[in-house]
Ligand binder design. Structure first.
Ligand SMILES: O=C(O)CCC(=O)C(=O)O
Length: 375
């Protein structure tokens, strides 16, 4: 046995942690600790994860050299991810690096969030001042055309034009260089992942500074403010592109969908209610059936589990920006939730039926008791 007391790693032998290699975190974060930035350090995990985790380090490590903290946290994170996942993340990082070191952006100003040039004034005014009325101001710019779907005016026309031109420039570069690009998801044959060509941190800021506040107000049951990662992309419909999108749900807790343009007919979204995995194919209730027509600059936001599809774009070209926002906390909690879920229409229906049956049974029992004592 090695001198540190561990069993030799080998076939069928699991190495047990000893006190010297056991890595622990605190259960409550040290709120007033200012974490280091890990942006410039190479590792298989995102730098943000280290900054977030740092507040949970044992007290004696909080002010240790950054490299020591990084090594300690990396070893903990490795216990929770398998090698396959880590290789996949590493490959994706290399893919992004190949793009960003070769692609020349058309408008560099798009790559850093600038509220004044990106957003319309009503959107900026709702969010920018962090006072006691912020939630009320956010609610005041939103309409709710259907249960769980919120709509609002968001992007400046000039920003939409620039982003469309940037995406076209990226597509041109793909063609010219014959670069084998990954499309946004299995259902879109066209479209580009904005995160992959340098807009990752701009979209992370959009999620953190704006979308999280909306989610806290309207989607507290699917992560609320705890959104902590995203997938940002554009989808394109029209001639020589996809025309429609099949019935689906997203791999997200909350989805932001903003129309960038251009001119088009058709392309309405049809919604059919929110469902959990178990009830994905259940019939929609009449009140869940809803159609939405896109308009450039306007956004909608809804739960990722809101079942929907897009009707054919019959003329012109429609391009939309999608931001799928995820919450690792919500996903972890879901693993332990076995019963009905509050955000699934079918679970809610089943819950109401169960309560109704229980009340009916109780009533029958009480009346029977009364009848028996009267006779
Ligand atoms: O075409 C649209 O606007 C909807 C897109 C959508 O639902 C999605 O990409 O998940």
């Amino acid at each position: 046995m090695p001198s540190d007391g561990t069993l030799p790693a080998g076939k069928g032998i699991v190495q047990l942690p000893t006190t010297s290699n056991l890595r622990l975190l605190r259960s409550n974060p040290c709120q007033n600790h200012n974490p280091d930035s890990y942006e410039d350090l190479q590792s298989e995990f995102t730098p943000l994860l280290f900054s977030s985790l740092e507040r949970y380090l044992p007290h004696n490590l909080l002010n240790a050299p950054r490299g020591t903290k990084h090594k300690y946290m990396r070893e903990i994170l490795r216990r929770y991810s398998n090698e396959g996942d880590r290789n996949r993340v590493q490959k994706h990082r290399e893919y992004r690096e190949r793009i960003t070191s070769n692609y020349q952006p058309l408008y560099r100003s798009l790559y850093k969030l600038n509220a004044t040039t990106f957003f319309v004034p009503s959107f900026i005014n709702a969010f920018m001042v962090n006072d006691n009325n912020r939630d009320e101001r956010i609610k005041s710019i939103m309409s709710q055309p259907a249960q769980g779907v919120y709509a609002f005016d968001m992007l400046q026309p000039h920003f939409c034009e620039m982003l469309l031109a940037e995406v076209e420039n990226f597509e041109k570069w793909i063609c010219e260089t014959n670069f084998k690009v990954m499309r946004p998801n299995t259902m879109n044959k066209f479209g580009a992942v904005l995160d992959d060509f340098g807009m990752d941190s701009m979209l992370e800021n959009l999620m953190e500074d704006f979308i999280r506040h909306i989610s806290k107000l309207f989607f507290s049951d699917v992560g609320g403010y705890a959104l902590d990662s995203h997938h940002g992309f554009v989808i394109q419909y029209g001639f020589n592109r996809d025309t429609d999108l099949g019935f689906h749900v997203d791999d997200s807790e909350v989805t932001l969908n903003v129309c960038l343009g251009k001119q088009f007919s058709g392309g309405e979204l049809y919604f059919r209610g929110v469902r959990c995995d178990k009830h994905m194919n259940a019939e929609a209730l009449p009140e869940e059936i809803f159609d939405y027509s896109h308009a450039p600059g306007h956004a909608i936001i809804h739960r990722g589990r809101h079942r929907r599809g897009a009707r054919p774009t019959t003329a012109g070209q429609r391009v939309n920006l999608l931001l799928w926002c995820r919450s690792s906390v919500f996903r972890e909690l879901r693993k332990h939730q076995k019963d009905f879920v509050s955000w699934c229409g079918e679970c809610q229906q089943k819950m109401r039926e169960r309560v109704h049956q229980a009340v009916t049974a109780k009533r029958v029992e009480l009346f029977r008791g009364q009848e028996e004592s009267a006779s």
